[in-house]
Design a protein around this ligand. Structure first.
Ligand code: SF4
Length: 364
């Protein structure tokens, strides 16, 4: 069974794999970068980021030397910014501790910041031919269908069964191609809805296909409802029509990115009151809150937000970075030099479509 699985997949992969930029290199740094960027992100989205990133940071040594803000600017819009921060920190560590050579040893590689079992198995198998099998969403779908596993794929028991199966199936020669072949089949043939079973090299022995259960396998129990937060932020303008932006702390979500200051709405207050309270807490200033400029909706993996942006001016006080690393006043041209999270970036695009007359009107 395992030989059937790996032999057929490898043959199929040699004939049908997509020509993706990271498949035309043996450079472990480029392969590592692609694996990091591809986490939770579609191939089409990653390709332009991958090329741009390598143009600016062509080697791990160049990345290690770079300023974090430049790295995050390059990652802007790709989401999950800790991936970029951790890759940058790991690059520094590889240069400092391994003379710029990515470690081949599993324990050394997985000890680097942001490297988990998936990334370690993917990079070590693809770049160095090490026999470590990957498990991701595509692999889980292919294997549970092939074996006819009907239990909940959120359960540890199913994940262990999938890992055990691919650990057995992975061949000693071409382990990287094997890993990529399972993921590739999941991406382009064994798709979540309406898999193309008649084009699949596994169909003769696939349990889900042969028992007409491809629409119920894999089974995934319902996720908990994702919470929703209302966030109020201030677009604080000064006399020179510059906006105040704040640099988030390096640790935690969206660390090292800039944002418009503000925070979460609390139960009994209006969003305008949220903006006033948050700016007092975060900057130590009293502000006058004017009309709402815009509201942007955005979904993160574990919660959704509505970002309400209000025009403000400072009534009293000098802004202090009480809960940020730094504050800056910037024009709408200068703001493009700073990395922002997606929802803030959408706001900036809207702001940049305004002219000075519009800005003044908002303050009347
Ligand atoms: S036969 Fe269909 S369900 Fe089974 S592995 Fe192939 S594409 Fe997936």
């Amino acid at each position: 069974m395992n030989n059937f699985f790996s032999d057929n997949l490898l043959q199929w992969y040699n004939l049908h794999r997509r020509d993706l930029p990271w498949r035309n290199t043996a450079d472990p740094y480029k392969i590592w970068l692609s694996e990091v960027m591809l986490q939770q992100t579609r191939v089409d989205t990653v390709i332009p980021y991958y090329h741009r990133f390598l143009k600016i940071f062509p080697t791990i040594k160049e990345l290690a030397k770079a300023d974090q803000q430049k790295v995050l600017k390059c990652w802007e819009g790709l989401g999950y910014y800790s991936r970029g921060r951790f890759l940058h920190q790991s690059a520094k560590s590889v240069v400092e501790n391994y003379d710029g050579e990515i470690p081949i040893d599993y324990d050394q590689f997985i000890a680097l910041k942001g490297v988990g079992p998936y990334t370690a198995a993917a990079v070590l198998s693809i770049a160095f031919g090490k026999k470590y099998a990957v498990v991701d969403g595509n692999v889980i779908r292919v294997v549970t269908r092939f074996l006819g596993i009907e239990n909940d794929i959120r359960s540890r028991q199913v994940l262990n069964a999938v890992q055990d199966f691919v650990d057995e199936a992975i061949p000693s020669d071409h382990p990287g191609d094997f890993n990529q072949s399972v993921m590739e089949l999941g991406a382009i043939v064994c798709k979540p809805a309406a898999p193309d079973c008649d084009k699949c090299p596994l169909s003769t022995q696939c349990v889900a296909y042969n028992s007409a259960k491809t629409d119920i396998i894999p089974y995934k129990s319902k996720a908990k409802k994702i919470p929703h937060l209302d966030i109020g932020v201030g677009l604080i303008l000064n006399q020179e029509n510059k906006l105040l932006i704040a640099l988030r702390p390096n640790d935690g979500m969206l660390g090292g990115l800039w944002e418009f200051p503000g925070g979460k709405n609390e139960n009994s207050e209006s969003i305008k009151e949220t903006v006033k309270r948050e700016l007092k807490e975060e900057l130590g200033v009293d502000v006058k809150v004017y009309e709402k400029f815009n509201m942007i909706k955005h979904a993160y993996s574990h919660f959704k937000i509505s970002l309400h942006a209000y025009w403000c001016t400072i009534d009293y006080g000098e802004p202090q970075p009480k809960s940020s690393q730094e504050l800056r006043w910037v024009t709408l041209q200068e703001i493009d030099d700073y990395p922002f999270p997606k929802a803030n970036r959408t706001l900036i695009d809207e702001l940049q479509s305004l002219n000075n007359a519009d800005l003044i009107r908002f303050l009347r």
